[in-house]
Design a protein around this ligand. Structure first.
Ligand SMILES: Cc1ncc(COP(=O)(O)O)c(C=O)c1O
Length: 314
């Protein structure tokens, strides 16, 4: 399998200052099970996505995404004037595998897959990833694993044999460090060198690094949190099903649910009580909402409010 990474000529040719590797990345490399040359730290998860535009995308370059998904891929694509090809998740929020395989024939510069996907919760199967990597030999295949700790699956062990594969991670979700901004890009050494050439030299602040060290040195707390989220997610989904609300299997720390046409009025009532859900009526359909799993008492309060406020359709 011959891989051709579509690196911008400007990036290949640039000569000034090369950033020194971040001294603390060793500890994080261990957390991810990689060598420090296979890891690059970024200013949060969003920044771990932007680097692919700086490395590979020129005005008019093709990028491929599957919607509904995390909006930052489209956001950056607009800023960088990329040509965006969009496929849709299926009616049961299944990944559009055949469409992606066909679209890869057109050699988009970058394919972004949130795995698990925000907001659908969809998790790619290993067999699907294998087919994507086989078809995407001229494309940077970015697996955005912002929620990997909750799904239990990561493509990181695949980087050695797949130089077109890049994994983006963040400490905003499992470690709750969103406001401190720490993300990472993981790829085989040679591929990551290209991304490094497109990076500013000092993207990460000390407060984020200190907080990350505290988080990764306390695995039991993170693991307990993941277990709590999974338990609450399953319980809450079952409660919604009892109320006749359609939910979708989720591998993230959230749940996609469809309350139907009377959903938007419910979400407004909940908002007035200070309960904020991420309504997706506009881009998925009326009454769709993404519910982030909170603490046990928050989830009990939400369920109670739904039962009290929601007019169940006849
Ligand atoms: C799929 C996905 N990727 C990346 C991010 C970005 O995370 P960060 O807060 O670290 O920028 C998010 C945040 O919601 C996300 O849902």
């Amino acid at each position: 399998m011959k891989i051709h990474l579509p690196v911008r000529k400007t990036i290949l040719n640039r000569r000034t200052y090369e950033a020194p590797a971040e001294g603390r990345s060793d500890k994080l490399a261990r957390y991810f099970g990689v060598r420090s040359e296979e890891l690059l730290l970024t200013n949060g998860g969003d920044d771990a996505l932007r680097v692919f535009f700086d490395t590979f995308v020129e005005p008019g370059s093709g990028i491929l995404i599957c919607e509904p998904t995390f909006p930052m891929y489209r956001y950056y694509a607009e800023i960088y004037d990329a040509r965006i090809s969009i496929l849709r998740y299926g009616s049961e929020m299944e990944f559009p595998l055949e469409g992606v395989i066909a679209a890869l024939r057109k050699k988009p510069r970058v394919l972004f897959i949130a795995n698990p996907n925000n907001p659908t919760g969809t998790l790619l199967q290993e067999q699907e990833l294998r087919r994507i990597l086989k078809a995407g030999t001229h494309t940077a295949v970015v697996m955005d694993e912002a929620y990997a700790e909750f799904s239990g699956f990561s493509a990181i062990p695949w980087i050695q044999k797949n130089p077109q594969l890049f994994v983006a991670r963040t400490f905003s979700k499992v470690a709750g460090l969103a406001a401190l901004r720490l993300g990472a890009v993981i790829a085989c050494k040679e591929s990551l060198t290209m991304v490094r050439r497109a990076m500013p030299p000092f993207p990460v602040n000390l407060a984020a690094l200190v907080a990350m060290e505290a988080a990764v040195s306390d695995q039991p707390t993170m693991q307990a949190y993941v277990q709590t989220v999974k338990r609450l997610r399953a319980w809450f989904a079952a409660e919604l099903v009892k109320l006749n609300v359609k939910t979708y299997a989720s591998a993230g720390n959230f749940l996609l649910a469809n309350f139907g046409p009377s959903g938007p009025a419910l979400f407004q009532k909940l908002e007035k009580q200070g309960i904020l859900l991420r309504e997706r009526s506009k881009d998925i359909g009326p009454g769709f909402v993404r519910i982030t799993v909170g603490t046990p008492s928050e989830m009990r309060r939400l369920l109670k409010a739904i039962i009290e406020q929601w007019r169940i359709p006849a």
